[in-house]
Design a protein around this ligand. Structure first.
Ligand code: F0G
Length: 482
């Protein structure tokens, strides 16, 4: 896919797969969508999927599975203990990452719970390039703190920096010295850094950062949930890497870390998770947490069918024809939006296109959740479900004041191998319409605000009747039915 050149046509991303099974979609009329938005409390997590045309909330657990992965599910070995399926999965992970020990977990955040429970005590700090919501929630739940040291340029919305997920090496070393190494629970590097726009880390940065950690005897942890996107970017963007295979690059990255964990809802094209550990004593110190929180050691809360599928998915994640599909669709979408002058994070990363709501709807104060409002506007006008990744996704400070996010993003995820290029064109078209009517969008306020991970279950309402006015303007342009 990355290699196809066209004879007459301008280059477009080209799918190296065909569709064999489809799911019917429906497009509710605009006024019904407006009603559904109120019923969902202006929170796109609360919408019913049947009421959505383009579900771009996430790539988590909704990537398309191949015929090979689906057929592998048939040979799953049902057993509470000692399932052959588990051993096949474990061996595949050993082969790819070269780490001897594996702990299963039912999804990524369950792995985060185990790691935080094992290593975080009150007052300890976890240093990261950037946090992920669930990783941070487990650390703070246990009285720990998070320090984010992504390079300052990584937070600039517009850039041509190839590796915006890189950690600032100088600040990393200084932070370790200031905190003292004993107080650092571990350093966590996130591949394909989710919350700053699915932005990759370079191998050179990973290597240098983990070497600093080793010098101070600090445990290094890789969140490999978005590794497949990161592998693609290392191969095409990093000097000296294009002749290395994705398997070689995976091994070079893995060799830098003591622990690797992942959500197989992303890495593996299925649903599950796991932790890989280099050292036996370290593995033994965590293993009792698996039967306590997850399930027996050979399933860890996962269905054996999913484990068979993800074992195939791990191999597919090493295939450039497979892993280039997501980033290339994102790139296509980001370029088109950028050409329209729409504020979007550049360069395109993996995972999804990210609108910069702080610019898009800059007139909405951060305390009224600009990204949250924009994501609702996109559902009302287009039946596109994105995800708020800004202040609404943060938790309040201890004194109850809002913690303002450093970026106000709306993520339009591209689940892998799911959408077509014409659907992508539709999204670009509707985002452009919303951009041209952006002044009409107003803010949101909470009417039910949970303390932790409030973005999942919080209920909000608009600060004025802006949704009604926006819907009427949309109907005036497109008619009642769409
Ligand atoms: N780490 C990263 C980088 C993630 O993106 C996610 C999930 C997790 C850990 C947690 O994994 O969902 O299996 O428990 N990201 C999803 C998303 C929720 O929509 O971006 P999980």
């Amino acid at each position: 896919m990355a290699q196809i050149t066209f004879y007459k046509h301008d280059p477009i991303p080209l799918e190296m797969h065909k569709v064999k099974t489809v799911q019917q979609l429906r497009l509710l009329p605009t006024r019904e969508r407006l009603k559904k938005m109120y019923e969902a409390g202006f929170n796109t997590f609360q919408l019913h999927n049947g009421d959505i045309f383009m579900d771009m909330l996430t790539d988590s657990g909704v990537n398309a599975m191949s015929d090979v992965a689906q057929s592998a599910m048939l040979r799953a070995d049902d057993a509470y203990a000692g399932s052959e399926t588990y051993y096949r999965m474990e061996n595949k992970l050993r082969e790819l990452f070269g780490m001897q020990y594996c702990l299963p977990a039912h999804q990524g955040r369950a792995a985060e719970n185990i790691l935080a429970t094992r290593f975080v005590t009150p007052g300890k700090v976890v240093i990261m390039n950037y946090h992920f919501t669930t990783a941070k929630a487990h650390i703070t739940r246990l009285g720990g703190r998070v320090e984010e040291l992504v390079k300052y340029e990584g937070l600039e919305p517009k850039s041509d920096l190839p590796f915006k997920g890189d950690i600032d090496l100088e600040r990393l070393e200084k932070c370790i010295q200031d905190e003292t190494p004993e107080n650092v629970a571990f350093v966590r590097l996130e591949s394909g850094t989710n919350l700053i726009g699915g932005q990759p880390m370079s191998y050179a940065n990973i290597k240098a950062a983990t070497e600093i950690c080793k010098k101070y005897g600090i445990i290094t942890v890789l969140d490999a949930s978005l590794l497949q996107d990161n592998l693609y970017f290392i191969k095409i963007r990093e000097e000296g890497m294009k002749d290395k295979s994705t398997r070689e690059i995976t091994r070079m990255i893995a060799d830098c870390f003591d622990i690797i964990y992942f959500s197989a809802r992303k890495f593996g094209f299925a649903r599950g998770g796991g932790i890989l550990i280099r050292d036996k004593a370290m593995h033994d110190s965590m293993e009792d947490l698996v039967p306590m929180f997850e399930g027996f050691m050979t399933y860890g809360g996962m269905s054996v069918k999913e484990m068979e599928a993800m074992t195939v998915g791990f191999d597919e994640s090493m295939d450039m024809d497979v892993i280039s599909q997501g980033p290339q669709f994102v790139d296509y979408c980001v370029r088109a939006l950028d050409e329209y002058g729409i504020p979007v994070i550049t360069p395109g990363g993996g995972l999804g296109a990210h609108l910069d709501a702080s610019q898009f709807v800059g007139h909405i104060p951060q305390t009224q959740y600009p990204a949250g409002a924009l994501v609702c506007a996109l559902y009302i006008c287009g039946s596109i479900r994105g995800m708020e990744r800004g202040t609404l996704s943060e938790e309040r400070n201890a004194d109850g004041s809002e913690r303002m996010a450093s970026m106000e993003l709306v993520r339009l995820a591209f689940p892998r191998r799911v959408f077509t290029l014409s659907q992508t064109e539709y999204v670009i078209d509707r985002v452009k319409w919303v951009y041209d009517h952006r002044e009409m969008i107003g803010g949101l306020k909470f009417i039910h605000e949970p303390k932790t991970l409030r973005f999942f279950t919080g209920i909000l309402e608009p600060v004025s009747d802006w949704p009604e006015k926006l819907a009427e303007a949309y109907i005036a342009d497109f008619g009642e039915e769409q």
